[in-house]
Write a protein that binds this ligand. Structure first.
Ligand SMILES: [Cu+2]
Length: 379
């Protein structure tokens, strides 16, 4: 990050900390004073991280062995995957208002770690937007007063220049907007497109918009919203404290963290997906990226249907193990859960699990020994 950007960022951190003294994640000035007084190991960790020296590896190393230490009071940007508007039942197009606010905030990245996220509406991914083909969509984007950066939004569901990016480019405190007609059904990514675009996306500025076909999607018992992203920090994976973004690692495509829904543990510790035996489950899965393609897979399950590349106007593929989802792309998968247990959502490029990427689908209900019997064979 260049000097001016760093200065702006530091000033912003201090401002932020003044609003959030009670969160235990104080900014530079406040935490510095605390450190000088020789108290508060939590605050000291943050100063450590802010100066780029927090490189203590996490205990256990492997995600599968790791015990998460949940630091109380940290802001959490992790999106709850059930936070999805209900299916659209109306049969006529309408005008739909979409209100976004770009918010920059320090929040938990891992049990002992925070990061300066840039978000839509304070979560990663941003809100799940649901419209119907033919709808007129009025987008308002407000950039929060206390932002340090310009932000905007590019919807891949838009037909028009920049997907709305130029029309919504807003300085801190500004509100911009545009209107578009949703011409094509499907599941689409949206993201901030202010240069350097990769940095705005890596810091958390992405989400999904579903444009339902006229007849809607087939009914299912449960819907979930999951997005994959990469986080580029100066400090090594597993460090403590407030981590610093690394522009150099971003340019070299060398992330330290891979995450589902914003932070390590978001879909394992905080918001595991839950379903009951016999239910049908639909997952809207997108890749914010900015750079890595996902080999999306649920360990122990087979997708009954895959709307490949997010197309809902082509017939879905059936019976698929792993689906490739490009950066800036999305898919819809459906599965009927038939055996109770804990299933793990992964990118099957499995080194990424060791860098934080995992989610749980917890299925409760009666055993189904005809389909799966964990016992020994009997003669
Ligand atoms: Cu932005």
């Amino acid at each position: 990050m260049d000097k001016i950007l760093q200065d702006v960022d530091d000033v912003h951190r201090v401002n932020l900390s003044r609003r959030n003294l009670l969160r235990g994640s104080a900014g530079l000035a406040v935490a510095g004073a605390v450190l000088a007084a020789g108290v508060s190991p939590v605050a000291a960790q943050h100063v450590h991280g802010a100066h780029g020296a927090g490189t203590t590896p996490s205990p256990g190393g492997s995600l599968s062995n790791r015990i998460y230490q949940v630091v109380e009071g940290l802001t959490d940007i992790g999106k709850n995957p059930i936070d999805i508007p209900p299916p659209i039942t109306r049969k006529q197009p309408e005008t739909v208002k979409v209100e976004l606010e770009t918010v920059e905030l320090e929040a938990r990245l891992d049990g002992r770690t925070t990061f300066r996220y840039w978000t839509f509406n304070g979560t990663v991914p941003g809100p799940f937007v649901r419209v119907r083909v033919g709808d007129t969509v009025e987008v308002t984007l407000k950039n929060a007063e206390d932002s340090s950066m310009m932000h905007n939004v590019d919807f891949h569901a838009v037909t028009g220049p920049g997907g709305g990016a130029e029309a919504t480019s807003a300085a801190p405190g500004e509100t911009k907007g545009f209107t578009f007609k949703a011409l094509k059904p499907g599941i689409y990514v949206y993201h901030c497109a202010v240069p350097p675009v990769a940095m705005h996306i890596a810091n958390g500025m992405y989400g999904l918009i579903l444009v339902e076909p006229e007849e809607g999607l087939p009914p299912v018992d449960r819907e979930f919203y999951v997005m994959q992203g990469e986080i580029y920090t100066e400090e090594a994976f597993g460090s403590s404290g407030l981590l610093t973004e690394s522009y150099e690692k971003l340019l070299n495509e060398r992330p330290e963290y891979f995450v589902l829904n914003g932070h390590v543990g978001a879909l394992t510790e905080h918001f595991p997906l839950k379903a009951k035996v016999g239910e049908t489950v639909r997952i809207y899965f997108g890749v914010g990226g900015p750079n890595f393609t996902s080999s999306f897979h649920v360990i122990g399950e087979i997708f009954d249907k895959v709307y490949q590349l997010g197309s809902v106007t082509s017939p879905p593929l059936t019976d698929v193990q792993t689906v490739l989802v490009p950066a800036g792309g999305a898919t819809i998968v459906e599965l009927k859960v038939e055996v109770p247990g804990r299933y793990v959502l992964v990118d099957h490029a499995l080194s990424r699990v060791e860098r934080g990427l995992a989610g749980f689908l917890i299925v409760e209900g009666d055993e189904n020994h005809e389909t799966f019997n964990p016992g020994e064979h009997k003669e």
